[in-house]
Design a protein. Structure first.
Length: 121
């Protein structure tokens, strides 16, 4: 019985030593990897590779969907030009609001005797 325990102990030690050697080799590999290339340069390289991949994919999709891309660009232009465009309409509506404030209720209320939501009621 003692021989089988000794044999098992030797096998377990051999496995432990082999695992320890693997861990030490991995640690040395990581140290070497970090010493040759810093974290910042590694991050920059991976980001540039990712950005290049995204650009290539976007260029491919844009070539396949030129009409959709044109509509998207037009929507963005209209979004940024919304304030000047709305100011064109504000001038027209401002004159109608001034007429209403002066007591003129407009053509819609001409057919009624009183406005249905009169403030005096």
């Amino acid at each position: 019985m003692s021989k089988s325990i000794d044999r098992q102990l030797l096998e377990d030690r051999a496995l432990r030593d082999a695992a320890l050697a693997l861990v030490k080799a991995d640690v040395e590999h990581v140290k070497t990897d970090f010493s040759t290339e810093g974290l910042v340069s590694r991050f920059a390289r991976r980001m540039s590779e990712g950005a290049t991949d995204v650009y290539e994919d976007a260029a491919e999709v844009a070539d396949d969907n030129k009409g959709l891309l044109a509509a998207l660009v037009a929507a963005v232009v209209l979004w940024f030009a919304r304030n000047p465009i709305m100011s064109l309409f504000d001038d027209e509506f401002a004159s109608e609001e001034e007429d209403y404030e002066d007591g003129e209720q407009g053509e819609f209320w001409d057919e009624y005797d009183e406005a249905p939501f009169d403030e005096e009621q």
